[in-house]
Design a protein around this ligand. Sequence first.
Ligand code: PLP
Length: 476
Amino acid sequence: MKQLVASLLAPGLDAASATPLNEQLAQLLRQTVLKGQIGPGTRLPSSRDLATRLSISRNTVLAAYDQLIAEGYLETRHGAGTFVAADLPDSYMEISPTPAPAPAALPRAPGLRRPLAGMPALDQFPTALWARLSGSVWRRAGPEHLQHNDPAGYLPLRAAISQYLGAARGVVSEPEQILIVSGLQPGLKLLAESIVPKDHAIVLEDPGYPGLRHAVEPLPHPLEFTGVDTDGAVVPPAGIRAPGLMVVSPSRQYPLGQTMPLRRRLEILDWARRTDALVLEDDYDSEFRYAGRPVSSLQGLDGGRHVIYGGSFSKSLYLALRLGYLVLPAHLAERVVRYRSATDSFPAIAPQMLLTRFIEEGHFARHLRHLRNIHRRRLALFQAAARAHLARYFSFDETDAGLHVVAHRHDTVPLADTMLAALAHRAGVGAVPLSASYCTITPQQGLLVGFANMADDEIDNRLKSLGHAIAQETGF
Ligand SMILES: Cc1ncc(COP(=O)(O)O)c(C=O)c1O
């Protein structure tokens, strides 16, 4: 055995290496144990013997043994020598000696690759204030904030959201009806799983937001689609056998931007009552209206019986915060919260406490007012630059709200919108292909172009380079 151990270790030692010999030896021994080449309970050579066999100093061997004794790989038995620990946990033995793939080999998240279309002015986010509030939140935190919390979300945050939604969006709610979610995508999935029977359909707008479609595609529920006209989503077709939940964006239809008039809202509510279906109102970017008064919510019109209101801080603050909310009809709240508790425990507490402070101290309202001014200016700059550099390729919808402009590709442009989106990314312009929003009907070709997340003095240059890039590709 003495010879075996020495022969396993000798080839790996390199006297010329910058790593000290004792560390090299410890590393080699560790690997030998992990690979199972020397089994638990095996007696190792004495330090003197191993030093002689490896032609290194005894102190080097002692230092390596000491290190591995401290780590629990080896143990000494009084008077009997040094042994591989007899009771190495199984998990030690399962460690793969194959190195994990380097980070560069891992797939990168889409958000890391490309500028997105629907972002607010992220350069305006008050990072220093956020950091100060975060410190202050932690200084005040007690043991109660380090344990379990409410599965529906941090109650003071739910109270702050309830108050904000009542004033800003005409949403009727008690804090107990508010459920904090990590975004509307997971929110929709949670609703479908907890309150929509598996054989009842989820009805989506077509065109609509692909993120929400992706959230429910893996679920067992049948998917149905309802079209969109100049008033936004139309009432779902009568042929749907058992509609369970319709998702609709009445404030500003995604992607095309229509605001649903009162008559259509009443028709949809009437449909929901007749079919006993629920409606999820996706109010994803209603904070951003740059002219006129915001239209009040569908939820308020319904009194919150059939309508679940959904909002997100992804646009009003920043996407990576991963915080949004659902306003549940009172009679469904308990079922949804019980399901959340069983499957997802409760949302992380610290970001919720921080956000509560941000809202309660008036920073949220101030930030939104500031963003509206910035966005209004950037929209005007964008429209002027688009007319100057891109009119040959697109016609741009007029808009006075939201975070993106719809650019319809002229039929004469011989490039697919996926290619145009790639050119936009290279020019530093956040854009997604319009065709990606379509599911069952012939996709329109165009781009949803973000205008808010480019500094004022970048807008003209970036649209100009996009124009150049398209000209180069198309030859006109
Ligand atoms: C139409 C629409 N709905 C909802 C969302 C919000 O998704 P989440 O809250 O999961 O970030 C977005 C975000 O881009 C959106 O564009």
